[in-house]
Design a protein around this ligand. Structure first.
Ligand code: GAR
Length: 207
């Protein structure tokens, strides 16, 4: 069974959805550690209440390189047996770019959720980017992390319609509800070994 590490920075609602699903829906993965770069992240309290171990590796005022910071994260992951061999790392609202060294060490072992249909609207404020562009559909994407910004092989996507009177807030709320479902589904597929990667494409072998 894989060991799961989840990296957060704030609210932690995707983390919470994943942790609840692991318990309720018996996803075959061990929730080993939640790591936050922000000591005030709400998600830390949620995880602690659920009896999951947490660590804070504060990034504010850290005066080393990106890789030096990531080495601290890796140390915490390894301490909880979330290794490149038998671990999965989920970025769940982790608002930091991670270093190429971290990505290559955990190759195809790090996944992320993004609140848009990639490759449209990568980076920050994806929901606002989609609204400003005037798209009629948006949604979310769960993907493996590679060295680009939101560019790795896509595991799955969910769409939501964008209505004329949607605001950034209403659209974000609709997308977030889909995110929770999509992230849980993706973690299950990866945990069950059903996702195969070929180049920049993935295949769901469980279908
Ligand atoms: C989510 O909407 C997630 O897609 C987004 O941050 C939010 C975190 O919410 N991530 C990104 O924009 C990454 N580029 P949560 O803390 O409640 O899971």
């Amino acid at each position: 069974m894989l060991n799961l590490g989840i990296l957060i920075s704030g609210r932690g609602s995707n983390m919470e959805a994943i942790l609840k699903a692991i318990k309720r829906q018996k996803i075959p993965i061990n929730p080993a550690i939640i790591i936050s770069n922000n000591p005030d992240a709400m998600g830390l309290k949620i995880a602690q209440k659920m009896g999951i171990k947490t660590e804070v590796i504060a990034s504010k005022n850290f005066d080393g390189t990106r890789w030096q910071y990531d080495q601290k994260i890796i140390k915490a992951l390894e301490k909880h047996r979330v290794t490149p061999k038998n671990g999965l790392v989920c970025l769940a609202g982790f608002m930091r770019i991670i270093s190429p060294e971290f990505i290559s060490k955990y190759k195809n072992r790090i996944i992320n959720i993004h609140p848009a249909i990639l490759p449209s609207f990568p980076g920050l404020h994806a929901q606002k980017q989609a609204l400003d562009y005037g798209v009629k559909f948006s949604g979310c994407t769960v993907h493996f992390v590679d060295s680009g910004v939101d560019t790795g092989p896509i595991i799955l996507q969910e769409i939501v319609p964008v209505l004329d009177d949607d605001t950034e807030e209403t659209l974000s709320r609709k997308i977030l509800a889909k995110e929770h479902k999509a992230y849980v589904k993706a973690v299950r597929l990866v945990a069950e070994g059903k996702i195969k990667i070929a180049g920049r494409k993935t295949r769901n072998q469980g279908r």
